[in-house]
Design a protein around this ligand. Structure first.
Ligand code: AMP
Length: 472
């Protein structure tokens, strides 16, 4: 694995990389950085967690260093790189990383996404920024309001492109791309190369180099996976018992519905566990606060739905619970990708109840591993010596004691300002999962999303190909 020093990055960028604690490049970085530095278009198969943000940001910042200047004039800081992402959380996350890599340079960056007041974003844009990270809908709002001029864009990144198409952003992307100079470098990253993605690439990329570090559908070898047979009524106490049994300090708890998410968070909170909920009905501000609280370690259990959690860069969470087995097997792989990242060991604990057998078979097929169901023997069902210990619900061994235990090397220190651990070579980086081809659109983009969804569980395939101009 090669080191960043081989890249001969500008000292300001090399310093930022060193400060982040990165020692060697991840596979996507090893392959993509030299190609982007050479000025070629890239079509990369990789998803969040592989180090792809640095794989495109570092070489783009390096190429932009020739424009770096300390002038206060907005005209001296035109948008030169545009990074488009499907969701607010992802945009925010990528923008934070870009800002961290550029922090010792005079290159400016900012992020714009929907659900927030346009005014502060407008002020930032008017000051001038070299790197603009955005979700498509809000960017179009700013373009229409003439808050941003894109005629000097040299670099475009279409990140999580498959999800942008799933959500129905193709028309927005086409409009945005039509405002950009034809002469530019375009990088497209996607978890899968579906026919639609290939069409997008053939329309907007020029002679791209294809980079594929991924083998689909694999789970990280560092994650220990357990499936428990539990009735719906017993899931909550199973959760409490396993927290205690495995001395879990912090976990994601996945549920299948927004309603279930809010309800579970409330009941666990009532049980005395330190909990927050992350789902699509929460306001943007609430969601960012919930995430920050979890990252800081103020919250122990993050109860969330798939759409709210996908792609979030919270790494090294000690455990992931599948309180509900996901409807799509691919979501199982996404969910447990929150733990055991970058070589750390993780626990994935899943509750299988009455009607879940078919879903479990789907997961077995996808991960190509036999799933053995385990039984849980509840402690309170065992004969006890003392009946009333004065403590509620779980008796003497209160899971809250575990959750409240000091965490010296807490992974939750993963705020952008702090240096993450360096990643040893991890097969997970080589073996990301395949994104579901029919992922549900995020529920929090109401204004930016096409209508027509029938139910949370029925996901009609969008005919995105029809939206392309036919080129033959
Ligand atoms: P990404 O896939 O870009 O979302 O990155 C996932 C996480 O990996 C981020 O927290 C990065 O800070 C971290 N990361 C990226 N590149 C490296 C590297 N070479 N070594 C260690 N960590 C990295």
């Amino acid at each position: 694995m090669s080191s960043f020093s081989n890249l001969q990055l500008a000292p300001e960028l090399a310093r930022a990389v060193a400060e982040m604690g990165y020692e060697s490049m991840t596979p996507i970085q090893e392959q993509a950085i030299p190609v982007v530095l050479s000025g070629r278009d890239v079509m990369g198969a990789a998803q969040t967690g592989t180090g792809k943000t640095a794989a495109f940001s570092l070489p783009l910042l390096q190429r932009m260093m020739k424009h770096e200047n300390a002038s206060t004039s907005p005209a001296r800081h035109p948008v030169r790189a545009l990074v488009l992402l499907p969701t607010r959380e992802l945009a925010d996350q990528v923008a934070q990383q870009v800002a961290a890599y550029a922090k010792f340079t005079d290159l400016r960056s900012t992020v714009v996404f929907g659900g927030m007041d346009m005014k502060p974003q407008t002020l930032e844009l008017k000051k001038g920024v070299e790197v603009l990270v955005a979700t498509p809908g809000r960017l179009l709002d700013h373009i229409e309001a003439k808050n941003v001029v894109l005629n000097q864009v040299e670099y475009v990144v279409l990140d999580e492109a498959d999800r942008m198409l799933d959500i129905g952003f193709l028309p927005d992307l086409q409009r945005i791309l039509s405002y950009l100079p034809k002469q530019r470098i375009t990088l497209l990253f996607s978890a899968t190369f579906s026919p639609e993605i290939k069409r997008l690439a053939s329309s907007y990329l020029q002679n791209p180099i294809t980079i594929e570090v991924a083998r689909p559908n694999e789970t990280a070898s560092t994650v220990s996976q357990h499936f428990y047979s539990v009735s719906d009524d017993d899931k909550r106490r199973a959760l409490r018992q396993l927290i205690k049994q495995h001395a879990i300090t912090q976990a994601f708890v996945f549920v299948n519905s927004k309603l279930g998410c809010a309800r579970l968070a409330r009941t666990l909170e009532r049980d005395g566990l330190n909990t927050t909920a992350l789902h699509g009905d929460k306001s943007q501000d609430e969601r960012l606060k919930a995430l920050d609280a979890f990252k800081r370690g103020d919250v122990d259990l993050l109860i969330c739905t798939d759409v709210a959690a996908r792609g979030l860069d919270i790494k090294d969470v000690p455990a992931v619970f599948n309180f509900d087995i996901p409807y799509n097997a691919e979501d199982y792989v996404h969910r447990i990708g929150r733990t055991g990242r970058a070589g750390a060991s993780g626990l994935a604990l899943s509750f299988v109840s009455g009607n879940d057998n078919r879903l479990v078979v789907d997961i077995e097929k996808l991960i190509k591993k036999k799933i053995e169901l385990e039984a849980i023997e509840f402690e309170e069902d065992r004969p006890r010596e003392r009946i009333n210990t004065g403590r509620r619900a779980w008796g003497e061994d209160d899971p809250r004691d575990v959750l409240d235990a000091p965490r010296a090397s807490s992974p939750r220190a993963a705020t952008p300002a702090r240096a993450p651990r360096s990643a040893p070579r991890d097969p997970f980086f080589d073996q990301p999962y395949e994104a579901p081809t029919e992922a549900p659109p995020p529920a929090w983009e109401p204004g930016e999303r096409p209508s027509g969804r029938i139910s949370a569980n029925i996901k009609p395939k969008r005919k995105v190909a029809a939206l392309f101009k036919t080129e033959s």
